[in-house]
Write a protein of this length. Structure first.
Length: 290
């Protein structure tokens, strides 16, 4: 079955979001719509739709004009095994001592690296995104500084790559949680693929709303690689579940959002230990007072 795409760019986030929402009313209806900030530093926002049949050219032209967008570029894509293509194109990532790779790159693992096998999947966290990369670097940095803990929690774990990284270098059994049951299943499968069955406890939960997460507190390290709003909302809970002198590694933040998140955590008794920007994303390492 052919796939058609329609892409355009805008300068304002609000316009991009409005256009993405308006595209839901097109006929034929797109089966997927994406609104993303482009990573080339241009400040532009890209809006795209995916269609199983040729889209309404006139309707798209009208929407672009109404929402201050450039004209849509419409393309027909050839039938492609996209999973196979992603596996071919997804290059390994080095994050400190951690080496995140797909099975197609198993022969590229450097000597002395901590290998983490993560296949392209439905859950977020392959190591290629600036947020996941930043969190792995932050973990490696804490370890290099001499920090150790046997109690780690990974909130909003996606593939559980962060919990797996902690389990690979420290004693103890991290707990990884996600609101999405698919992500939890992917996390468990990733543990099996890495020969780490039972080394991370995976649960479905919103925030810390799970008896096993509550029972495991206080933690020495808490990861939360999600979004600004949920991170700010979680600040009191992370403070409550973290031991004095413990660390939290936060990401999922655009650079301009980091000050607001930092302010929320400073109000809960945290101090900034380290901040790293990778492209437009910031990772914060914060230490709880005490």
């Amino acid at each position: 079955m052919p796939t058609f795409t329609a892409f355009t760019t805008l300068t304002a986030k609000t316009d991009a979001e409005a256009l993405g929402e308006a595209m839901e009313n097109l006929m034929p209806e797109p089966y997927g719509i994406g609104v993303f900030e482009m990573e080339d530093g241009s400040g532009l926002w890209e809006v795209g739709g995916y269609f199983n049949e040729a889209p309404d050219v006139a309707g798209l032209a009208l929407l672009s004009a109404m929402n201050n967008a450039k004209p849509f570029v419409i393309s027909e894509l050839p039938d492609t095994d996209w999973v196979a293509k992603v596996k071919r194109d997804l290059s390994p990532v080095q994050a400190g001592r951690f080496f995140v790779y797909g099975s197609h790159d198993a022969d590229k693992v450097p000597q002395g690296a901590v290998p983490l096998l993560i296949e392209a999947a439905m859950a977020f966290g392959t190591g290629h995104h600036g947020t996941t990369l930043g969190c792995l670097r932050a973990l490696d940095r804490l370890d290099e500084e001499g920090f150790r803990t046997e109690k780690t929690a990974d909130i909003g774990c996606g593939t559980a790559v962060l919990a797996m990284g902690a389990a690979a270098i420290w004693p103890g059994k991290p707990i990884a949680s996600d609101i999405d049951p698919v992500a939890v299943d992917v996390a468990v499968a990733n543990l099996t693929a890495n020969g780490m069955d039972g080394s991370v406890h995976c649960v479905e939960a919103t925030g810390f709303d799970h008896p096993d997460l509550k029972a495991g507190a206080p933690y020495g390290l808490i990861f939360a690689n999600i979004l600004m709003g949920p991170l700010i909302g979680l600040a009191p809970d992370i403070a409550a579940h973290l031991e004095p002198g413990g660390y939290t590694i936060l990401s999922g933040l655009l650079n301009e959002q980091a000050p607001s998140v930092l302010e929320a955590y400073q109000a809960e008794g945290f101090t900034l230990h380290f901040s790293e920007q990778i492209r437009e994303w910031t990772t914060l390492t914060l230490k709880k007072s005490g």
